[in-house]
Ligand binder design. Structure first.
Ligand SMILES: Cc1cc2nc3c(=O)[nH]c(=O)nc-3n(C[C@H](O)[C@H](O)[C@H](O)COP(=O)(O)O)c2cc1C
Length: 213
């Protein structure tokens, strides 16, 4: 029997209501349609402290974030566009994924990620592009379909609903795509030890990696 895929949505902002959270919820519906188990990690609800490398008393919210990401076969990330890039609170959540450096294989190796951004203006792709760099740095695989939502204030109401069927369908497609890709990625380890070694030499993320074997 094949294992049920898990798709974890991480996103939203400290704003309430949050357009990026609304978009994320809709994308997760697409993953559910494909039979995936889903979990939503709302940045506002998580209320994470600022990442500090030497923090000893790490709060439960950080453990919850890292555990959910560890368990995930696929991820959906959704950030607002802030000053031409992702928001500080979203980046801070991703900084906490440094705790996955001890995962074997490290960070997001062999996990697929779908990317969403919401913007007030006519662009959103800058935030998506930033997220794509981070996916790569964390050794993950971004699916080619991305959903930048311009003028999000036109798209979502205060309850986080949208009447824009095109956006709804695009977000559902992304959720389905991530769930579908997760099935393929989980069927075999795609990243070889060889590639992992080379990656660690080129772009070490942890001190351990920088020191080498
Ligand atoms: C601090 C701040 C910076 C922003 N910067 C941009 C920007 O550079 N370009 C843009 O199109 N929209 C910008 N916006 C608008 C947000 O991207 C937009 O309102 C988004 O939908 C907010 O998502 P949220 O409701 O999840 O916070 C900014 C909003 C804030 C609060």
């Amino acid at each position: 029997m094949t294992r049920r895929m898990k798709v974890v949505g991480l996103g939203g902002s400290l704003a309430s209501p949050s357009n990026s959270l609304a978009a994320l919820r809709i994308a997760l519906e697409g993953a559910t349609e494909m039979g995936a188990e889903t979990e939503l990690l709302d940045i506002r609800e998580l209320s994470l402290p600022m990442y500090a490398p030497d923090m000893t008393d790490v709060p439960d919210s950080v453990h919850r974030l890292c555990q959910a990401v560890r368990e995930a076969d696929g991820l959906l990330w959704s950030s607002p566009l802030y000053h031409g890039t992702i928001s500080g609170s979203f980046k801070n959540a991703l900084d906490w994924l440094q705790l996955l450096s001890d995962r074997e294989p490290a960070y997001l190796t062999d996990k697929v990620v779908g990317l969403i951004s919401t913007a007030g203006g006519t662009q959103g792709l800058q935030a998506v592009n930033t997220m794509e760099f981070i996916v790569r740095a964390l050794r993950g695989w971004a699916v080619p379909l991305v959903i930048p939502i311009p003028q999000a204030w036109r798209v979502f109401d205060k309850e986080g609903h949208t009447h824009d069927e095109k956006v709804t369908e695009q977000l559902h497609s992304l959720g389905r795509e991530v769930a579908r890709a997760a099935v393929r990625f989980s069927s075999q380890a795609l990243t070889t030890p060889d590639a992992q070694r080379a990656e660690a030499q080129i772009q070490p993320i942890s001190e351990e990696e920088a020191e080498g074997p």
